[in-house]
Design a protein around this ligand. Structure first.
Ligand code: MRU
Length: 333
């Protein structure tokens, strides 16, 4: 099946931001048309568009839409920034949009450039990370880190796709990813479209599958990586990293530099989103932290578009602040 194109995932039109509504997948491919910045913020909050890089891209387009409508740009930025707290890509994208000319045409161009840059980061990350995989790899992944989450080929799932294209990936175990099933609904759908052999597993099955020797590598994305390499990602990532360490399985984080937050010293400083408990159960009291933090000590390597970063991450990630950005205005950190 044809790959999802970047503009099919999220795009800016003359009077709207259009997103592929991820809440309706895999049953239905439907588009949500957001005609104001508040509608874009709501689409991000309700996960119609989700995944760290895709959230940043949608926010950039939302800001450009606000400029095209003649809205107050301070209010537009505040509404977008309030939509979700954990993925640093959102404040990163808003900061990039607020640098330089605030003329509507320039902002539309900058938002589209930001999207194109994420597509390129995905391509480079996937190539670097696939280089870590051995022939016959049975990979385990969590949440959705593919095209839907990034507007490009993906982070961890992009690496898996590239590994499959190189003949290295044999099978993918897809955590269903409680409570909202981004793995079972979105990752499984993307892998099926790509023709990559995959099986959905309950999150709780990961440990016993590792113990049986069914997992060769764990690859996940990240929503915010602190300067010391601690990383926030979808709830359930931290236990996977603990299990991988226990079983001697490499645990790789694949994320663009737009998800690296060098201004945040460690995972303890990353804001963790608590979502509506009704997403877990609407019958009983519940807690619903949407992300957890994996300590850097459990991470075998972090892969960005720059290459493979190894511990100590405070040093290996710091190079991201020094190197040339893909283009002016899109430097991370
Ligand atoms: O709550 P979500 O679905 O936006 O969470 C997304 C994730 O945790 C992804 O794994 C992530 O953004 C990292 S890579 C795209």
């Amino acid at each position: 099946m044809k790959d999802l194109q970047p503009a099919e995932i999220v795009r800016l039109e003359a009077e709207a931001v259009v997103v592929l509504d991820q809440r309706r997948l895999p049953d239905e491919v439907a588009y949500l048309v957001c005609r104001s910045v508040l509608e874009v913020a709501e689409a991000i909050r309700t996960l119609a568009v989700r995944g760290a890089p895709a959230i940043g891209i949608a926010a950039g387009y939302g800001y450009a839409l606000a400029a095209a409508r003649g809205d107050d740009l301070d209010e537009a930025a505040a509404a977008l920034l309030a939509s979700r707290p954990t993925a640093v890509n959102l404040p990163w994208a808003i900061a990039a949009m607020r640098r330089g000319s605030q003329d509507p045409a320039s902002l539309a161009e900058r938002a589209r450039a930001l999207h194109e840059d994420e597509v390129e980061r995905c391509r480079r990350m996937a190539a670097h990370a696939a280089g870590l995989l051995a022939p016959g790899t049975r990979a385990l992944t969590h949440c959705n880190t593919g095209a839907l989450a990034t507007g490009g080929v993906g982070t961890a799932l992009g690496a898996i796709r590239e590994g499959f294209a190189r003949g290295l990936v044999e099978h993918v175990l897809v955590d269903e990813t409680r409570p909202l099933l981004q793995g079972a609904r979105l990752t499984a759908w993307e892998l099926e479209r790509a023709g990559i052999p995959a099986s959905v597993v309950a999150d709780a099955a990961a440990g016993s599958l590792m113990a049986r020797g069914d997992v060769d590598a764990v690859l996940t994305g990240a929503d915010r990586i602190a300067a010391n390499g601690d990383a926030a990602n979808k709830i359930g990532t931290y236990p996977l990293a603990v299990l991988a360490a226990h079983h001697g399985i490499p645990f790789y984080l694949v994320a663009p530099s737009s998800s690296v937050d060098l201004a945040t010293a460690s995972g303890a400083d990353i804001p963790i989103e608590e979502r509506d408990p009704a997403e877990v159960t609407d019958r009983f009291p519940a807690r619903n932290p949407a992300f957890d933090v994996t300590p850097a000590t459990l991470v075998t390597a972090i892969v960005t578009e720059d290459g493979v970063h190894r511990p100590p991450y405070r040093e290996s990630l710091a190079v991201l602040a020094k190197r040339e950005p893909l283009r002016e205005g899109t430097r991370s950190g």
